[in-house]
Design a protein around this ligand. Structure first.
Ligand code: ADP
Length: 474
């Protein structure tokens, strides 16, 4: 089953992890408690055994179980360990073969078994601790300690104690754990749920805000808490994204408005001219003049549509390129010959600067149209007597096409806009009538599609220099 709510998932995960941790810690605590209690009892047994052996060796008289004084003495030895004061205890003396010395043992202790391991250990001078079931209600912890004389086993002392207290403590611990653990888990799960609810509250607010924001309300923003935490960062990132989207949408809207305006103007002129000529009968010359003017407008519309199509394809990343090795010097020469008459008609000197023979990988037609745009602009925005220079230079791994003019120049604040589609400075509109505002954005799209860059250096009144850099074929 898939749980949709993050809050519920976090709480379930948190509770599961906490359960595992508590079980591990509880288990470890239980083991530690058992170990330390058993260790405590073993120490007590060891001390009791040693005290009784010493006492036995120091006194000529030995225990006589029937002697109440001496029984009390054994009790006292056990009573030195208050924790086990009330436990049933046993004391047994055996000879080296394991036979019970009834005179030296407590009668109740005669049921203590002597295991083979304990006897073998004793033969080697080692003590053995064992827990034996079935002697009474609770198991009995037994210490078998050898009494040695010149490395020879002479006696075996066995002391024992019921582990009732240890068992009871263990059971009490388990009962406390069984009560406290579920209660702790319920409390922790409720706390986890509340914390997750609190932590995720801003997400709910952000979702509601994001739902409100559509393409029509892109200026709205998600609330930022200003705390600098992950959710605040998410809100900031969403807002940055909205700012970019807003800008992109505005650009698209502006582009569509500009495109329809640019198309509408020549269409209106065309329609007007045709309507006027149809109103009355005209001479063949008048018809010819109207058709020529109409053709000019159709040309302008065709150029615009071509440009828009190219830009749309470049934007969509589907600009078709017929890539081949292109001799840039040759392309520059073709552009020169095509635009020379235009420059001459404006009284502008079009000339070559330094030309290096360079080849690039690219689409010959596109490159030619890009360079034509730049040279055409240079002619458009340069007055009579001006000069336009075309150059080709080698700059490490780049071929740089340079188009410079001595024309009007471009103010710094306008330079960042000139590559936008339909951008035309008012001065440009006044200076040159022809132009669609698409030339430089098309030039930039073609350059970018060739992996290159386009830059402008210009100052008003001093002319402009456009530099297109394209990677050279190695
Ligand atoms: P268009 O030339 O059709 O107006 P472009 O995209 O080619 O459109 O150019 C955009 C704007 O950049 C022009 O309107 C003009 O203001 C400016 N510009 C481009 N080339 C030059 C240049 N060589 N000298 C001065 N201004 C220029």
């Amino acid at each position: 089953m898939y749980i949709r709510s993050i809050r519920t998932r976090i709480t379930i995960w948190y509770t599961c992890v906490l359960t595992v941790i508590l079980l591990i810690v509880g288990g470890a605590a239980y083991e530690l408690l058992s170990y330390s209690l058993t260790n405590e009892m073993d120490k007590a047994l060891d001390k009791v055994a040693k005290v009784l052996i010493q006492r036995d060796q120091s006194k000529s008289a030995t225990f006589v179980p029937s002697d109440t004084d001496q029984v009390t003495e054994i009790d006292q030895a056990f009573h030195r360990f208050p924790v086990f004061r009330h436990e049933d205890h046993y004391f047994l003396m055996r000879d080296s073969f394991g036979n019970i010395d009834e005179h030296l043992s407590l009668p109740s202790a005669e049921k203590l078994p002597l295991s083979k391991k304990a006897h073998d250990d004793a033969m080697r001078g080692l003590s053995t601790f064992e827990t034996v079931d079935g002697l009474e209600e609770y198991p009995v912890r037994i210490l078998t300690m050898p009494v040695m004389e010149s490395k020879r086993l002479i006696n075996l002392v066995q002391v024992g104690m019921s582990i009732r207290k240890i068992d009871e403590t263990r059971v009490r611990f388990l009962l406390i754990m069984a009560g406290v653990l579920p209660l702790g888990l319920v409390l922790a799960a409720s706390g986890g749920w509340l914390l997750a609810h609190r932590a995720l509250k801003p997400v709910g607010r952000m979702t509601a805000a994001a739902r409100r924001i559509s393409a029509e309300h892109l200026s709205q923003r998600v609330d930022e808490t200003g705390t600098g935490d992950e959710l605040d960062n998410l809100a900031k990132t969403l807002n940055q994204m909205l700012t970019h989207l807003d800008a992109a949408f505005s650009q698209i809207r502006r582009f569509s408005a500009d495109a329809s305006h640019e198309l509408q103007t020549p269409l209106t002129i065309l329609k007007g001219e045709l309507e006027v000529v149809l109103r009355s009968t005209r001479t063949p010359e008048e018809y010819r003049a109207t058709i020529e003017s109409a053709l000019e407008e159709v040309d302008r519309i065709a150029r615009l549509v071509d440009g828009l199509l190219l830009l749309a394809r470049a934007e969509a990343g589907v600009l078709r390129m017929d890539r081949q090795e292109v001799d840039l010097g040759q392309v520059l020469e073709e552009v020169y010959h095509r635009l020379k008459p235009l420059a001459d008609s404006h009284g502008i000197e079009l000339r070559f600067g330094e030309i290096e023979p360079l080849h690039v990988q690219g689409d010959r037609e596109c490159l030619q149209s890009m360079i034509s745009n730049l040279v055409d602009n240079a002619i458009k925005y340069t007055g009579a007597e001006g000069r336009v220079t075309i150059g080709l230079q080698h700059d490490s791994r780049w071929a740089s096409i340079l188009v410079s003019d001595t024309g009007s120049g471009i103010p710094i604040e306008e330079q960042k806009h000139i590559f936008q589609a339909f951008y035309r400075s008012s001065e440009a509109c006044a200076l040159a009538e022809r132009g669609t505002g698409l030339g430089l954005s098309i030039a930039q799209s073609i350059t970018l599609a060739h992996g290159g860059t386009i830059q402008v250096e210009s100052a008003p009144g001093k002319g402009s220099l456009f530099r297109v850099s394209i990677p050279i074929v190695s």
